[in-house]
Design a protein around this ligand. Structure first.
Ligand SMILES: *Cc1c(COP(=O)(O)O)cnc(C)c1O
Length: 858
């Protein structure tokens, strides 16, 4: 019989155990092993049954058990100690406070918006890398004491659970989550009623949402939930699933995330007294409407024009782009977006055309009927970045049409390379061993690993063996469960007890299954793979996992192809596909794998983070030089799979890269893994592990990443935002007026004529004298910078690398004409070239390319 309604009855904790509630609800337990230990001691068996979920554990304890615990003085004392430890973690000054106290001007608070957050498998609100990164960002911000507030949606069924048919086809199920049974607290008004955020929909409808708060250490994460009685049937379903529907459903989700998210932040400040954010960071374009809402606030609240408000908003917004894959960027029909920001939902002073202009693809190659969320992200983001050096470069190329006339290197998109939250992803055995043998300085810098007397080779290898064994055991359990689910009887599954071996070189591959990640590259030559797996002396075993987006039939076919290969009796004990890749599986997988494989189609992997998690556990990366690996592969921390960049035929490119992969595995990876000394140790392998832990260890940390964001993006954005906001937005008004003048006058701006002189035979150290005659229309010389762009030229006279030198204003003539002059020092020998250009200049521009205006000499 089906219940028509459900709710969760909460446990009433005895007073002596009250602190357990806080310990269970603050997600710090998810990266703090001692807190988990405390819960486990309550009932180890039950702890395993509830899969390590403290809220579920407490909910399952009967009154007698609770009374017994409350009477157990030792236990009560442990609870008190844990609660005090958490309290210190939450309030003591940390890195951020120390930087701020050195007088640096740091934002009072930062709002971080993301469509998904992967914090723990207990809160399944993520699909893959983007969400895990967001979770790691919040956790690391908490560890650093950075005053971030997260904003997202609470999806009723999260992403989906993956299983397989007998035939290897992906099946999706959507178990409904009960927010009352999750580590969340409902945000309430002072009178105890649920606080509500509302957003207007077309045709007079309204979308309401409750706000749940997940405590991620020191960071509050606000999650909006549309499944509330105030909503009509359709509106209740807006937050039903993560990336579930297409088109309008997705637009409504993003409307709630962006517009509703800002309103939730205001609500939170009103109810808790939390300081308002000074900086808004949007993790990919999905939350971009937050900018529209902030403009609305300024237009209605402070009387700014749309353009003035846009300046104020831009200055304080950071946009991170995460993908060079067009399918990863949200686009909507402009007509559809118009329905949401026009009519009843329009704001006086903000014509719907202005909102549409923010996402318009009004550049060569764009589609004028579409509204593009990434483009809006860049127009709102006074500061923007990609997520690895290579991805920054790729993004500058990809979006260069927005800054025509500038060199690609000048496109204002920087990069901050991703990182991962070590306490979440490193096996605690390894953490404990390092803490026991190294000084804290050695732990922080990674140098402890270079000392073989700290942890000996024998011990390190024994640790790797333990981690591999733990994974093999875990994988067998998952394999058995999967086969049972696929319809096999226990009698048919005897072989699973011997599937995988704790002594065999273990290669892991787990990630989402979009085409560019090439799940089945390893199957390019099935016989070759079979030979590697079944090699009698140097066998390889592979553990593979990944979900395909439910609407991606092609991805599901790839999974099926792979599963069918793994099902064959002669290889099934050496290669396995484990369904339902999630945080819990990931945490078991990374530590146990000797090698982490990644073979995306370069350069489509923006960063990738799973390889970083592997590295932190002493895994060696075997990867295409893409994303973070392109930046940090150093020849000794793993292997680079050579790419066939430029080979047009996709199949041929795959074949070439797969062949290179097989060669590497056979001749280098397996050869080295099985090359043992008289003690049975793979000495060179162990050196590579030490080198990886010592050199990559400190770099791949998400604390490094968050500190980079704080110093290079958040702090400057806060300063810029304050400057424009001071004196009731005098700066924003002035900047908007100046930009309007510059834009309208720019057609009259040009380089008319250049005179230059240099000696007969130019030598290094000589000076090139340049005098440029320019027209500025009604602009004044201080509104522009006239620059010599100079440097080495190619045979085609392209300035391959260049510097710029501002020229000084020399003379003004009639009709807006001026002369500028200066000297360029010839610093290097070889072919030299130069040109002159004019760009807008204003102290409050974050980049000379900001307006996308330049007048190049022709
Ligand atoms: C780290 C992680 C990812 C992201 O991995 P990529 O290498 O960036 O593809 C996806 N899913 C889970 C569960 C993860 O832990």
């Amino acid at each position: 019989m089906k219940a028509i309604r459900r709710f969760t009855v909460r446990t009433l904790l005895p007073a002596a155990l009250q602190d357990l509630d806080e310990l269970a609800h603050n997600l710090r337990w998810s990266w703090h092993a001692p807190t988990r230990d405390l819960f486990e001691t309550i009932d180890p068996h039950l702890w395993a049954t509830v899969k390590g979920d403290p809220v579920a554990l407490l909910g399952a304890l009967g009154p007698e058990r609770l009374a017994a615990l409350a009477a157990d003085e030792d236990f009560v004392a442990q609870v008190r100690t844990s609660a005090q430890d958490l309290h210190h973690y939450l309030v003591d000054p940390r890195w951020y406070q120390s930087v701020a106290s050195q007088g640096r001007s740091m934002p009072a608070a930062i709002a971080y918006f993301s469509p998904e957050f992967g914090i723990t498998s207990v809160l399944p609100q993520y699909s893959g890398g983007l969400g895990i990164l967001a979770g790691d960002h919040l956790k690391s911000a908490s560890d650093l004491g950075a005053p971030i507030i997260g904003v997202g949606l609470l999806y009723g069924a999260g992403y989906f659970k993956q299983s397989l048919t007998r035939d290897g086809w992906q099946v999706e199920t959507y178990p409904v989550l009960d927010p009352d049974g999750l580590p969340l607290r409902l945000v309430r008004e002072a009178d105890g009623s649920p606080a509500i955020v509302s957003v207007g929909l077309p045709s007079g409808r309204e979308l309401h949402a409750r706000v749940w708060m997940a405590a991620v250490g020191r960071v509050p994460l606000l999650l909006l939930d549309s499944n509330v009685p105030e909503n009509d049937e359709a509106a209740r379903k807006v937050t039903d699933r993560l990336y579930g529907g297409g088109g309008e459903h997705r637009l409504q989700q993003e409307l709630l995330l962006g517009v509703g998210g800002v309103r939730a932040v205001r609500l939170w400040s009103r109810l808790t007294g939390a300081v308002e954010p000074e900086v808004y960071h949007t993790n990919e374009g999905h939350a971009g409407f937050l900018g529209v809402e902030r403009i609305r606030e300024l237009v209605t609240g402070s009387g700014l024009t749309f353009e003035e408000a846009l300046e104020a908003v831009r200055a304080a917004t950071v946009f991170t782009t995460h993908t060079p894959v067009p399918a990863g960027i949200d686009r909507f029909e402009s007509d559809l977006v118009a329905q949401y920001f026009g009519g009843d939902n329009s704001t006086p002073g903000i014509g719907v055309d202005k909102v549409l202009g923010l996402g318009a693809e009004n550049y060569p190659g764009g589609d004028p009927t579409m509204f593009n969320m990434a483009i809006m992200g860049l127009r709102f983001g006074g500061r923007a970045n990609g997520v690895s050096l290579l991805h920054g470069e790729v993004s500058r190329g990809m979006f260069s049409e927005l800054w025509p006339g500038f060199d690609e290197t000048e496109v204002p998109i920087a990069s901050v390379t991703n990182g991962v939250h070590a306490p979440t992803w490193v096996d605690r055995r390894l953490i404990d061993l390092a803490a026991e043998r190294f000084t804290s300085e050695e732990v922080a810098t990674g140098t402890g690993w270079l000392r073989t007397d700290g942890i000996t080779d024998t011990e390190l290898w024994a640790m790797r063996h333990t981690l591999r064994t733990q994974l093999v055991k875990n994988a067998r359990g998952r394999l058995r469960a999967s086969w049972r689910q696929r319809g096999a009887s226990p009698a048919e599954l005897g072989w699973v007890d011997d599937a995988l071996s704790p002594d065999v070189l273990t290669i892991g591959f787990a990630r989402r299954v979009p085409t560019y990640k090439r799940l089945t590259l390893m199957l390019s030559d099935p016989e070759r793979l079979r030979a590697l797996l079944t090699d009698p002396d140097k066998p390889v075993q592979m553990i593979i996992a990944g979900k395909s987006h439910p609407a991606d039939e092609q991805g599901k076919r790839l999974i099926q192809q792979l599963v069918r290969f793994t099902d064959a009796a002669d290889v099934r004990n050496r290669i396995v596909f484990l369904p339902n890749y999630d945080i819990a599986m990931a945490q078991a997988l990374y530590p146990g794998c000797d090698v982490w494989l990644n073979n995306p189609l370069r350069p489509l992997e923006a960063s990738g983070t799973s390889g970083m998690k592997s590295a932190l556990n002493g895994g060696l990366n075997l990867s295409i030089l893409d994303g973070w690996w392109d930046e940090w592969f150093d020849g000794e921390n793993g292997w680079a799979i050579p790419t066939a960049d430029g080979v047009e035929d996709a199949d041929r490119r795959d074949t070439l890269e797969a062949a290179a992969l097989y060669d590497l595995i056979e001749n280098q990876v397996a050869a080295r893994f099985y090359d043992r000394d008289e003690r049975g140790l793979p000495v060179t392998w162990l050196e590579m592990i030490r080198h990886t832990l010592a050199t990559l260890g400190p770099k791949v940390q998400a604390t490094r990443m968050v500190a980079d964001y704080v110093q290079h993006l958040y702090a400057p954005a806060a300063v810029a935002g304050r400057e424009l906001g001071a004196d009731t937005f005098a700066g924003a008004r002035e900047l908007a007026a100046w930009k309007a003048t510059v834009r309208s006058e720019w057609p009259n701006v040009r380089v008319d004529h250049i005179e230059s002189g240099v000696g007969e035979v130019p030598q290094v150290g000589d000076e090139l004298h340049v005098r440029a005659y320019v027209s500025l229309g009604a602009l004044s010389p201080s509104d522009v910078e006239v620059q010599v762009v100079h440097g080495r030229v190619t045979e085609a006279d392209d300035l391959s690398t260049f510097g710029t030198l501002p020229l000084a204003h020399d003379e003004a003539y009639e009709g807006g004409r001026h002369a500028f002059g200066g000297d360029v020092k010839l610093a290097a020998s070889g072919p030299f070239g130069y040109t002159v250009r004019i760009v807008p200049k204003h102290a409050r521009l974050a980049s000379i390319a900001e307006l996308g205006l330049v007048a190049n000499a022709t």
